[in-house]
Design a protein around this ligand. Structure first.
Ligand SMILES: Cc1ncc(COP(=O)(O)O)c(C=O)c1O
Length: 222
């Protein structure tokens, strides 16, 4: 099998899809494990995995069977009902991690939205409604909802969506002195990618998260 390498092709506009992404003409119709096959039958090694979300590969027989089994039973019920499968998965996740509870959501940007709201509500509930500032870093990407684009502060994503929202601060990535100076009585949270996806090469990947925790702890912000 010969695998091809995706080259940069000019974006193709579609008549019926809102033009918010630059798409190449490459179209995949199926996958097997780590391989993808185009509509023309060309094979590619999938090094993208969506954008780092499809780590289990394509068409895994056990996963396909699990999805089929579920689809034959129940498509969807609202969160206002008890969902036994959801509870079971939440227990598996909390048993395996630091987390006490799980919030199931559909996308990364909603997860970020939930994290921002949770941080602010936490301080509000502890009697500190003034703690609303989310400290982020230049070059970051946190998704496309309004709060997520404000958290990354990238002007290309903010343009045209009204004034920047209050309570979002951006600092140079890896600048611990700037971080220490920025943390104060109105800080609610620090949001950081351990490895920046859109920001390119960053100077301080390994210590970035540890530095955030250390700065926040020393200044009494967490
Ligand atoms: C670091 C990071 N956060 C958030 C998101 C947003 O995730 P989603 O596209 O699922 O909304 C992405 C997406 O690429 C991401 O890379």
């Amino acid at each position: 099998m010969t695998e091809k390498t995706a080259t940069q092709s000019p974006p193709v506009p579609s008549d019926h899809i809102m033009g918010v992404y630059n798409r190449t003409p490459l179209a995949f119709e199926r996958g097997e494990g780590a391989r993808l096959f185009t509509t023309d039958g060309d094979a590619y090694l999938d090094c993208m995995a969506g954008i780092a979300v499809n780590a289990l590969g394509h068409a895994n027989p056990k996963l396909v069977q699990a999805v089929k089994d579920q689809a034959e039973k129940l498509w969807h019920v609202s969160n206002i009902f008890t969902i036994p499968g959801q509870e079971k998965l939440a227990k598996v996740l909390t048993d395996a991690t630091f987390a006490d509870v799980v919030f199931f959501t559909n996308s990364g940007t909603e997860a970020v939205e939930c994290a921002i709201k949770t941080a602010r509500k936490y301080h509000w509930a502890k009697g500190h409604p003034e703690r609303i500032d989310i400290i982020g870093f230049e070059g970051s990407f946190h998704g496309r909802t309004l709060a997520a684009v404000n958290a990354s502060g990238n002007t290309a994503y903010l343009e045209g969506f009204g004034p920047p929202m209050p309570g979002f601060i951006q600092l140079p990535y890896g600048d611990h002195e700037a971080l220490k100076a920025a943390i104060g009585p109105t800080t609610a949270a620090i949001i950081i990618e351990p490895v920046q996806g859109e920001g390119g090469r960053a100077p301080c990947l390994t210590c970035a998260c540890a530095a955030c925790v250390s700065c926040a702890t020393k200044t009494g912000s967490c």
